[in-house]
Design a protein around this ligand. Structure first.
Ligand SMILES: C[C@@](CO)(OP(=O)(O)O)[C@H](O)COP(=O)(O)OP(=O)(O)OC[C@H]1O[C@@H](n2ccc(N)nc2=O)[C@H](O)[C@@H]1O
Ligand SMILES: Nc1ncnc2c1ncn2[C@@H]1O[C@H](COP(=O)(O)OP(=O)(O)O)[C@@H](O)[C@H]1O
Length: 254
């Protein structure tokens, strides 16, 4: 059966626009990493129950793909399909990395089930399901190379620009997203102005990286290095920080 590539992402910039209850509204540019992806496919089994084949740092019920299955199983034919097929995931994207691996897998799974079970759900309908799984899942559902992402990830707008050649490095330092947002709120809280947000959202990624340094591009970098000072060793010239970490990235175009 067809192999699907479940890509990683980086955040070219990530700014906080507001608080929403215990969450934070973002203004961010998400870009897919073309040379870093997990491989996903359906394989025939006789398990007679939903199963995920692959190496994960979590149990089945916590897997983003399982959460996606739970939301899809009410649709006609889905439960029956997983009586004879399992989903196989060959992981390459590091976990806890700020690269959105788990979110990407869930989105790819939604796309695969939509096709194989002929659900005929539109991207906007899939996005509504995606939001229930996690903040970064809607971005991956739309399959854009580059997009402006706002809100808690539910507003995804395609951004047209040249495809970026992205290199990533993931230090073995576990960054807990919730903890980093907590430190941001307590010690570093600031909100981007509407004017600055508008300007950033209209600029192409290469120009943004020319103009801004690692601190200015990502509001979560300072709370991350405060929480895990050993991260600073990786902040070399022209390297940037993705999401809540721990990955750094560099763009090699031009
Ligand atoms: C900030 C991003 C940018 O891509 O970081 P990375 O996960 O990529 O590092 C993501 O949107 C993260 O999304 P996700 O990883 O799904 O976060 P969740 O597990 O839902 O959130 C964990 C915790 O982080 C905080 N949180 C998360 C997202 C957000 N917009 N505001 C928050 O304050 C909340 O306290 C939440 O309980
Ligand atoms: N399909 C999946 N692939 C990777 N991690 C997953 C998956 N499902 C759940 N997880 C769990 O999600 C958490 C974050 O994983 P991931 O999305 O890869 O990191 P990040 O959000 O930092 O990029 C980890 O606790 C991991 O065990």
């Amino acid at each position: 059966m067809t192999n699907y590539k479940s890509y990683a992402k980086v955040n070219i910039f990530l700014k906080i626009a507001n608080k929403r209850d215990t969450y934070h509204e973002l203004v961010s540019r998400f870009v897919r990493v073309h040379n870093l992806y997990d491989n996903m496919s359906f394989v025939k089994t006789n398990k007679k129950a939903m199963d995920i084949i692959g190496d994960f740092g979590c149990k089945l019920e916590s897997n983003t793909v399982y959460k996606a299955y739970i939301l899809l199983k009410k649709y006609k034919g889905v439960e029956e399909f997983f009586n004879t097929y399992s989903v196989k995931i060959d992981k390459n994207i590091p976990e806890f990395a700020g690269l959105g691996g788990g979110s990407s897998n869930a989105a790819t799974f939604l796309i695969m089930v939509n096709k194989y079970c002929e659900l005929n759900l539109s991207k906007d309908e899939l996005c509504k399901i995606a939001m229930k799984i996690g903040a970064d899942v809607p971005f991956f559902v739309y399959e854009y190379d580059s997009a402006n992402v706002r809100g808690i990830g539910e507003i995804v707008e395609k951004f047209d620009e040249e495809v970026l050649d992205i290199e990533t490095i993931t230090p073995k330092i576990e960054c807990n997203t919730g903890e980093i947002f907590k430190v941001f709120r307590e010690k570093f809280y600031k909100q981007i102005s509407k004017e600055d947000a508008k300007r950033l959202l209209s600029m192409n990624s290469l120009d943004i990286l020319k103009e801004f340094n690692i601190y200015e591009a990502n509001d979560l970098y300072e709370p991350a290095i405060t929480t895990k000072p050993e991260l600073k060793e990786y902040a070399k010239k022209n390297w940037y920080f993705s999401g809540s970490g721990s990955s750094f990235f560099k763009v090699n175009n031009g």
